[in-house]
Design a protein around this ligand. Structure first.
Ligand code: NAD
Length: 436
């Protein structure tokens, strides 16, 4: 099938590449000229495990191409997936301008029967608005559907190739049949394709992200309680997570959730509810807890250094909002580093993939290091903000030798407190029982 994917970011590039990998002919469109030139010269602008190889193969075999020209790409396609951004607007509501602009362009460019499949995360009712645009500018032969995306950065290719479920929001039998066919290749293990009303599909995406955000804020607050009462969060987490009704996933305490989805989707859902005079208070609480949790290691550092961080030098390991991605959008590291700098501290950072992105944000306000050990040189303390695998078993003697004082603020609970004590580190983590 001929497919156009409009928006070639994390979602669009992965979706387009995976559609090509399953045999479709796919053209990915983006207004970002630099991004398209990069892709056309064989380079992938984002870090996502497995993606580069897949892009190269599908380009080579002629099923995948990249362009800034939306018209021909859509004109040749039967289906256009919209994967443009839906960032948080100033009031917390989702900014849908990219979706509406592209919907109009696609409608005008479509030839014959066409399906517009909205993959971007959009508030309830957006599909109706897109349908109005289609009615205004279209040829009467374009259907609009909602196909929300559930992939996770860091395992996006794997998630797209083997989704737990595919959700199709559609009121058109013809469009449903086409979208089922496109997605059948990814659910050969009998994971469900759930067809529902577009409004339910739109809300399913927000409900999923909101639930995950709630779990994270819940476990973070539980971890803080563990510390206060002398319990161990890892034991509590395992004890809870073994209950099949609860499950073990998304119960790891840390320095708060970030990324391009959870914070903005939680805000958008609060906003959608408020528009209907509903106070989604549980989500407001999750958001508040998260904002506070991002600062927890800065509070610990202030306590440790007697309230004064001026002139202290922090080595920060991990900048991306989670491992296996270069994405720093809404990352806890942004808040932590700004707070350290505001308190007069110096910061020297390492991240396996996010240094380039960090440079665009912090400029020369922090020092960048290509390896985690280099970042330690002359630092007063180490602070860990992202749980990259390579940080899990470091050479502790080397850490000790490089730091002025053996102090670790571990925002991801990577190490065993008893081992840290045996190695004579002053070790701060989250929700752990003190080692006596
Ligand atoms: P992104 O910012 O990485 O990519 C969006 C792309 O759209 C950019 O490359 C931008 O240049 C392009 N674009 C904007 N306007 C355009 C236009 N008029 N024509 C063509 N291209 C245009 O965003 P993303 O992370 O891929 O997210 C896209 C959507 O998917 C959002 O709604 C997001 O909430 C949702 N989503 C994201 C993830 C994720 O993990 N990143 C997961 C599921 C869903």
């Amino acid at each position: 099938m001929n497919i156009a994917v409009v928006g070639t970011g994390y979602v669009g590039l992965v979706s387009g590449t995976c559609f090509a990998e399953s045999g479709n002919e796919v053209v990915c469109v983006d207004i970002n000229r630099e991004r398209i030139e990069m892709l056309n010269s064989g380079r992938v602008p984002i870090y996502e495990p497995g993606l580069e190889e897949l892009v190269r193969r599908n380009v080579k075999e002629g099923r995948l191409s990249f362009t800034t020209e939306l018209g021909p790409a859509v004109g040749n396609a039967m289906v256009s997936f919209l994967a443009v951004g839906t960032p948080m607007g100033p009031d917390g509501a989702a900014d849908l301008s990219q979706v509406f602009r592209v919907a109009e362009q696609v409608t005008k460019a479509a030839v014959g029967y066409h399906v517009i499949a909205v993959k971007s995360t959009v508030p309830v009712g957006t599909n109706d608005s897109v349908r109005e645009i289609v009615a205004q500018y279209g040829n009467g032969r374009t259907d609009v559907c909602s196909v929300p995306e559930f992939l996770k950065e860091g395992s996006a290719v794997e998630d797209f190739m083997r989704p737990d479920r595919v959700v199709i929001g559609s009121t058109s039998e013809q469009a449903t049949a086409i979208l089922r066919e496109i997605h059948a290749a990814f659910v050969r293990t009998d994971n469900p394709i759930l067809v529902m009303h577009p409004r339910s599909a739109e809300l399913t995406k927000y409900a999923s992200n909101a639930m995950l955000a709630l779990r994270i804020s819940f476990i973070n607050q539980m971890a803080n309680l563990c510390e206060a009462v002398g319990a161990e969060i890892n034991d509590v987490r395992r004890g809870m997570g073994s209950d099949k009704r609860i499950g073990p996933q998304f119960l790891f305490p840390g320095v708060g959730y970030g990324g391009s989805c959870f914070p903005k989707d939680v805000q958008a859902l609060i906003h959608s509810a408020a528009d209907r005079k509903l106070d989604f208070s549980i989500l407001r609480a999750a958001d508040e807890v998260n904002n506070e949790q991002k600062r927890i290691m800065v509070h610990r550092a202030k306590e440790h250094f007697n309230g004064n961080l001026k002139g202290k030098n922090f080595a920060v390991w991990g900048l991306a909002f989670k491992p296996r991605t270069d994405d720093m959008r809404e990352a806890p590291s942004l808040v932590v580093i700004e707070e350290l700098l505001a308190a007069g501290a110096k910061v020297q950072v390492h991240d396996p993939e996010a240094l380039e992105g960090a440079r665009k944000i912090f400029g020369d306000r922090v020092a960048y290091h290509a390896t985690n050990y280099e970042a330690l040189k002359g630092a007063d303390a180490l602070m860990i903000l992202t749980e990259w695998n390579q940080f899990r078993h470091p050479n502790f003697q080397r850490i000790k030798a490089e730091l002025k004082e053996p102090v670790i603020f571990d925002g991801r609970n990577l190490y065993d407190p008893s081992l840290m004590k045996a190695l004579e580190f002053k070790y701060y983590s989250i929700g752990r029982r003190p080692v006596l």
